[in-house]
Design a protein around this ligand. Sequence first.
Ligand code: NAP
Length: 246
Amino acid sequence: MKATQVAIVTGASRGIGAEIAKHLARDGYQVVVNYASNAAEADKVVQDIAVAGGKSIAIKANVADAAEVAALFDAAEKAFGKIDVLVNNAGVMPSHLPVLADTDDKAFDNMVAINIKGTFNTLRLAAKRMEQGGRIVNLSTSIVGTTLPGYSVYGATKAAVETMSQIFAKELRGRAIRVNVVAPGPIATELFLAGKTPERIEALSKMPPLERLGQPDDVAKTVSFLVGEQSGWVNGQVLRVNGGLV
Ligand code: NAP
């Protein structure tokens, strides 16, 4: 029988990450539910997974902090013995998105620290500590394609994630570790909904030819595919999941 595999999902207390964690647990992975501050929500995800017959633990770690990421990997190995899958889902986008000219240092630094450095921190450790045959999925955004005004810094941090992922996939030659990126369009989570009027949400929901708002489940299914055997020949790719938006 195949040994149970282990997945770390960063930012899995809410939104897309929580759904990814639940899907991977359903797929048979033991899951590390990482979060930044929301312990109660992370514990709820662990409970939901247990009720569905799965196994997971919640681990607090700020992905922007290299020492905390090292502790996250230590805790994952201590709990489950190894790391087969890493999903870099933790990310931030402020609800108020001014144009570049009006973006302050704090907002810039926070998005760079969590979206770029956070991804870098986990990838650097994964290069050393992930099992042969591992799989990594990093979260970008379809904003890299739509280039909507107001999203310059957020979009730039995710463009950096895409480039880093594609180069990293090549650097892992010989390890049989696949690295891919999922770049969703608007998805119904706090990150997207916060600060928007119902009219704005409706307008953005109607933009893709499939004419609805994406759901966390749409992204989680794609991540399940990208870490699963069905995608064994997919490596170094960016897959936009957005109903045809761009
Ligand atoms: P969300 O609902 O705001 O959830 C964010 C998650 O990330 C939470 O679990 C949060 O933990 C965690 N997090 C935030 N900062 C962290 C840090 N420094 N270290 C560790 N965890 C941290 O966001 P979402 O909409 O699910 O987005 C998930 C990913 O998808 C992000 O990378 C985002 O950029 C990307 N994305 C989202 C959309 C969208 O429309 N929603 C579209 C394209 C791409 P706490 O609960 O502890 O705060």
